[in-house]
Write a protein that binds this ligand. Sequence first.
Ligand code: UDP
Length: 453
Amino acid sequence: MEKSNGLRVILFPLPIQGCINPMIQLAKILHSRGFSITVIHTRFNAPRASSHPLFTFLQIPDGLSEAETRTPDITLLILLLNQRCESPFRYCLTKLLQSADSETGEEKQRISCLIDDSGWIFTQPLAKSLNLPRLALNPTKPSFFRGHFVLPQLRHGRYRQLQDSEKEDLAPEFPPLRKKDISRFLDVETEILDPYLGKIYETVKASSGLIFMSCEELDQDSLTQTRQEFQVPIYAIGPSHNQFPASSSSLLTPDETCIPWLNKQEDKSVIYVSFGSLVTISESELLEISWGLRNSNQPFLWVIRVVDSVNGAKLIPEEIMRRLNEKGKIVEWAPQQEVLKHRAIGGFLTHSGWNSTVESVCEGVPMICLPYFWDQMLNARFVCEIWMVGLHLEGRVERNEIERAIRRLLLETEGEAIRERMELLKEKVGRSVKENGSAYRSLGHLVDHISSF
Ligand code: UDP
């Protein structure tokens, strides 16, 4: 860490793994630049304070019941959190500001700003009322952030009754999504989303800046357009997973036994399978994936999470499990970044969450994309059609399709070409976080901005 600069930054992540990871990564980055860090967090999905002894953690009550924390509707969960956390957060932040004001002598630190997830919609007016600058961190790809505000306008239009002949067409309002992607998005996300998106738009526009864990190399056009539209400073400071790994912010304990298992496999032979922290795989999909993996005859490492106390792996019939164990390893949670870095990994069958996507790019691992909801469909289009570093399953969770995709990626010349393009992308993104790269410079501007408050 650089010498302390006497400034403290308050961070407030949304309590979802894919939002906690980039926020803690940002905390590590700012700490390395001399800032002191206080993380305010909910009781639900509280980050592990013991993994970050240099940061101060303050817990606030979130008022969620046990049943509410288990809702599979993530938008609903986030809306509830927004309703219930406003007043405890106000109390906590006000007290922090008061105690910082009353400090004296060498210990005195100035709280320079609040940085919270763009999904918190009460923090902007609250910070303003306390005279505290607020920046928003958005954990998705800038092109998704910019584009997704159009979705409420498409809800009642032609995307609900697409003809078969137009499903594959590009959606002109939100490229590179296809029309069928939009229709699928609108099927999953109900109308409660629409006013919420409006609030995010409004509060980010009123903020003192917006931060993305992306870089010009991955998102130049969207970053330019977002700057023009939002008229606030925009920083694309990552991805810097190699320098600041997200693994320490894992809410679940990773099963480290997969590393010695990977050590025994040949170079680039293993397919890593994980669908992140939110997607729930149905029993029939579990079976199709099981057979697809087994029939590909490639070794695999598969993360099957425990959801609502149900261990998904237990749903796989014994006979198939016996066959799976001949070739692969199943864990409940993996040290994903360490896994992707491993020389034995040849491909990643992924739900295309933004963190997983950039972690894969940073390690140069080509992907097989099976997106489910939210930004995943857009990330998958970028991976497969813009950067051309992966194969798209187009929602077909079928054993033959999965087997075929694994073989194409790991064994055929098509896979070699994909791997070469991925190497180039990895190098380009790697350069952006090194001295004088675009993300490195953006981080410098962010540090100057925060220091100027
Ligand atoms: N992750 C992990 N171990 C696993 C699966 C996922 O550490 O077994 C991490 C992964 O590295 C990533 C995050 O969980 O940082 C998932 O975020 P992402 O945006 O990919 O998906 P989400 O969970 O938000 O759908």
